[in-house]
Write a protein that binds this ligand. Structure first.
Ligand SMILES: Nc1ncnc2c1ncn2[C@@H]1O[C@H](COP(=O)(O)OP(=O)(O)OP(=O)(O)O)[C@@H](O)[C@H]1O
Length: 482
């Protein structure tokens, strides 16, 4: 590969021959030092000094672990390149800067920090890790802390689009989903939704951050998540729209009914335990295993047509087909109302309960250590559906252990398929007069059966009547390499 610049210079005080190639690769070798990096992929930023430049690098390195394996993780290191004269310094600085400018990196970001997310460390994470990296990258930012529930949505609804190249949240998944809904409720939603979204994990549920870092082949930590945003590469992301009557939400992560939703909400009483609350509640739920009556129908992706049974309209109460025609009936005042494609009824399939778990996800991970949908893709236009009808308590216990690697989908007890659209009609507990469970959307209660934990009167949807989910391919954009 041809070199753009090649010169004898000093790197951290050692004499080396350094070469910057047209590809953006920077190599150096001398008697005591040698190494290489790729400017666009490994450099946070560059600063001019006196007859020198400082490269703020963040390169991948491998470190062995006590178990005999190794972890690949980026580490920060500042490299000082010193030159014999101003002309050389100028040439090197400008050549490296061109590669950074050409990478499409953001210039100004709106950063939304939830100070109460997860363990309440959002602000500290921003000040100690995110802010210094943005400054090193010379990216301007406006930081806003969320002051109340729903504040992130208000900010996304009202900010000046022309002022920012993207929105970053330092939070859990809840704030990211609020931002999505805020953008899609704007009159100018078509422009607003094109703003790339970045997520820096600072919550209890960090499924999107984990999915992005996993996709990019990066270690799951705050600095790596920040660097993906600085690098500015973009990837399209499907958006699901969930509708019941006049109520609608847009979703990026998941909808669940049965075991996962039960654990999510019934573990609230153990919130003081942190993330451990989910493990404790899961054990309680396995011992007192529930199955739910009800059913769902779905429009399968190619390859998933042989699953389930023929379409059953009896399953669906208060059905509202999410098509252009139905949309006009709903007369949404403004904002995005959901995908406008009409969905061919003949191809729909259905399954009827009882079910232990029905789980619909848009991305592979729903939290840092849970990968329900190993084949989920950000912008394939489909949602991944995971169904567990019944199995022994011991088998369920083993299956839950496999959720970390995604290998549960190989079990004969699990049905795993891709769907274009989905309609859920949740019912009460099987073989019992006990009430129904919960429907969970991105970590929030959408609907709960009468008599279940908490007050159903404030839930946005009603448990029982059909809840529709459809997906718009690649509507949103993530800061994430393709
Ligand atoms: N200042 C605030 N006061 C109260 N709630 C807030 C505040 N800021 C944000 N929230 C709410 O906190 C919720 C969770 O936020 P986030 O996703 O960042 O954290 P999380 O730790 O993953 O959530 P959780 O612990 O509830 O699972 C969101 O619904 C958001 O509206």
């Amino acid at each position: 590969m041809e070199s753009l610049v090649e010169e004898e210079l000093q790197l951290d005080g050692a004499q080396v021959t350094a070469t910057l190639r047209y590809s953006g690769a920077l190599q150096w070798h001398g008697t005591t030092k040698q190494g290489c990096l790729v400017v666009q992929d490994d450099v946070i930023g560059i600063k001019r000094g006196e007859l020198s430049i400082i490269l703020y690098t963040f390169c991948m390195s491998s470190k062995s672990t006590i178990c005999g394996g190794f972890t690949r993780k980026r580490r920060r290191k500042d490299l000082r390149l010193s030159f014999a004269n101003d002309a050389s310094q100028q040439l090197w600085f400008e050549s490296i800067q061109v590669f950074l400018d050409e990478a499409g990196r953001p210039r100004k970001l709106l950063v939304i920090v939830n100070p109460f997310g997860g363990q309440g460390a959002g602000k500290t994470i921003f000040v100690q890790i995110v802010e210094p990296m943005l400054q090193a990258a010379r990216i301007a930012y406006a930081m806003k802390e969320t002051l109340f529930q729903g504040h992130a949505k208000d900010l996304a609804k009202s900010f000046d689009l022309s002022q920012f190249d993207g929105i970053v949240c330092v939070s859990g998944d809840g704030v990211l989903v609020e931002i999505l809904n805020g953008l899609l409720e704007r009159v100018d939603w078509k422009h607003a939704i094109r703003k790339p979204l970045g997520i820096i994990p600072a919550g209890t549920g960090n499924g999107m951050a984990k999915s992005v870092l996993h996709h990019a082949g990066e270690f799951f930590d705050i600095a790596s998540a920040t660097f993906l945003i600085i690098r500015g590469q973009k990837h399209a992301l499907d958006v699901a729209t969930v509708v019941q009557g006049q109520v609608r939400f847009h979703s990026l992560l998941m909808l669940s009914w049965g075991l996962v939703a039960d654990v999510d909400f019934e573990s609230e009483k153990f919130r003081w335990m942190g993330a451990f609350r989910f493990d404790v509640q899961t054990l309680i739920r396995i011992v007192n295993l529930r199955r739910y009556n009800g059913g769902f129908s779905y429009l399968p992706a190619a390859g998933s047509e042989g699953t389930g049974g023929p379409y059953s309209s009896e399953l669906e109460v208060n059905k509202l087909l999410h098509s252009g025609e139905a949309d006009s009936e709903r007369s949404w005042r403004k904002g995005y109302s959901g995908p406008l494609h009409s969905l061919p009824t003949a191809e729909w399939r259905s399954m009827e309960g009882a079910f232990v778990l029905v789980w619909l996800t848009n991305v592979p991970f729903t939290s840092e250590k849970v990968m329900p949908a190993p084949l989920a893709k950000f912008s394939d236009g489909f949602l991944d559906l995971i169904v567990l009808r019944d199995c022994s308590r011991w088998k369920l216990f083993c299956l839950l252990f496999k959720l970390q690697s995604g290998s549960h989908v190989k079990s004969k007890s699990i049905e795993y398929l891709k769907v274009k659209a989905f309609r859920l009609s949740p019912g009460g507990q099987y073989a019992s007069d006990k009430p129904g469970g919960y429907v969970d959307l991105d970590g929030e209660i959408l609907a709960r059966g009468q008599g279940s934990f908490g007050d159903a009167s404030n839930d946005p949807m009603v448990y029982g009547p059909t809840i529709e989910v459809s997906v718009q391919q690649g509507l949103a954009t993530l800061f994430c390499p393709s």
